[in-house]
Design a protein around this ligand. Structure first.
Ligand code: SF4
Ligand code: SF4
Length: 449
């Protein structure tokens, strides 16, 4: 398997090869930051129904204690990321724009921040598939690669769907430039990943797992291969380093050759996809019965002096993380996530949530695109050649500029666009294609409501 994987150059068609910018952080071990004086824990930091607070203003909380309960099946509980006191529950800034309800915790400076809240461990060997799915929900796990979709929902067998999942695809691609958090987790926490995969296989009903790693992370490939040698149901495979290799559909195509129909989920082709970071947390938390309280974040970009991978409590404000990483605060663009699909952050009070894999600070010199002029489309078709979904971004862009939003959806498959940004990246006319597509989707969605 290993030799075949190395020489096969598994990949998908189209895509781009942007500069990787990973060298500044890839070689640095994960480091734990100090606890910030205040945490902002958003109730809606995952896809689904926002969690319901179960604490009140003024209440003392200890690290690891539940502070919000799931508001339904597509929802997860939240846990206190540090010992302290609930200062307030109110609207606070989010990375996606509008402010949202958050539990604000003033962190006790003198606390050792050990996880003192005790939960009964799970006896995994005796748990049924349904019990494992419930245990994963109790752990508050969502996709840590960026999607923040509740993990247990993907694993549960939907009552109205008889499709059986045969393969768990483990996403270790990390194709976004700058980001290396998953790379470090694969190097430093391989046993947790393997334990997480064993739990996930039972919870989703798959018989085998395949870990896909881009071929610019061969050290992680070797480490994981060594750790799965007594697990014949787990394969480790290299895929070509190409953006957006880490997108679910692209990774499934590269590893298994299966195509997912527009609008369908990986389950429709018998696959569930989970990120390596999520599985490492699953392997650590679920056996102990504990909940998610922290994550690894890559802090990088031209505007930070001490780039690295930092383990931070959920809810840590960007301002605190950046100060620790040596950000001096001038003329910078701050992005949560990678430069291709991340969100610009307007307020430094915006906290790290479950889906934030990186905080990038890019200075003015690194942002020529903000000064570029936009030219008309010259019909060069570079965007068509780059689009991994085989769309026609040029046509979609022209329709957007003409306000033909419904035509974009009905005739040109706008909803298959997952905003990877490949088209805008290659466009010599600097047309802001992704922004145009986002506006079109938002207007169509409002009309449909
Ligand atoms: S942003 Fe959308 S249209 Fe552009 S390349 Fe990606 S999927 Fe295709
Ligand atoms: S890459 Fe830009 S200029 Fe070329 S066809 Fe696409 S939209 Fe037009």
């Amino acid at each position: 398997m290993g030799i075949f994987s190395i020489i096969s150059g598994r990949t998908f068609r189209h895509g781009i090869h942007p500069p990787q910018h990973k060298a500044a952080t890839a070689g640095k071990p994960i480091r734990r930051l100090d606890f910030p004086p205040r945490l902002i824990v958003h109730l809606n930091q995952f896809i689904g129904r926002p969690a319901r607070p179960i604490v009140r203003k003024g209440q003392e909380v200890v690290r690891g204690e539940p502070i919000a309960e799931p508001a339904g099946f597509v929802s997860v509980p939240l846990y206190a990321p540090a010992t302290g006191v609930v200062r307030d529950i109110k609207l606070m800034p989010t990375a996606r724009g509008p402010r949202a309800q958050a539990i604000i915790i003033d962190v006790h400076e003198a606390s050792t921040q050990q996880v003192l809240y005790s939960t009964p461990p799970n006896n995994l060997a005796e748990m049924s598939r349904e019990e494992l799915v419930a245990a994963i929900q109790r752990a508050g796990l969502t996709g840590l690669g960026g999607a923040a979709f509740p993990t247990h929902v993907k694993y549960a067998q939907p009552p109205d769907d008889e499709t059986q999942v045969d393969t768990l695809v483990v996403n270790g691609a990390e194709c976004e430039p700058y980001l290396t958090a998953d790379h470090r987790v694969m190097l430093e926490e391989p046993q947790d990943i393997v334990t997480g995969i064993e739990i996930a296989l039972r919870a989703c009903g798959a018989k085998r797992a395949i870990i896909g790693i881009e071929d610019n992370k061969r050290d992680a490939y070797e480490v994981l291969k060594e750790h799965v040698k007594d697990h014949p149901e787990i394969e480790v495979a290299l895929v070509e380093a190409k953006y957006p290799q880490g997108a679910e559909k692209m990774l499934i195509k590269a590893l298994l050759g299966r195509e997912i129909a527009p609008g369908a989920l990986p389950r429709s082709v018998g696959v569930v996809v989970s990120n390596v970071g999520t599985l490492a947390q699953m392997g650590r938390l679920v056996p102990r019965g504990e909940g998610l309280i922290e994550r690894v974040v890559t802090v990088a970009g031209e505007g930070v002096k001490r780039p690295g991978n930092y383990r931070v409590p959920i809810g840590t404000p960007a301002r605190f993380v950046l100060r620790e990483a040596g950000f001096e605060g001038a003329h910078a663009e701050i992005i949560f996530g990678g430069p291709m699909m991340g969100n610009d952050v307007a307020s430094l009070d915006t906290p790290v949530t479950m889906g934030v894999s990186g905080i990038l600070v890019r200075d003015d010199k690194a942002l020529p695109r903000t000064e570029k002029r936009i030219w008309p489309c010259i019909k060069c078709a570079r965007c068509v050649e780059a689009c991994p979904m085989y769309l026609n971004p040029s046509m979609l862009g022209q329709l957007a500029q003409a306000g033909q939003y419904e035509v974009m959806e009905e005739r040109y498959n706008l909803l298959s666009c997952f905003e990877c940004g490949c088209c805008a990246y290659v466009c010599p006319s600097n047309i802001p294609l992704v922004q145009l597509f986002r506006v079109a989707k938002a207007i169509n969605s409002e009309k449909g409501d």
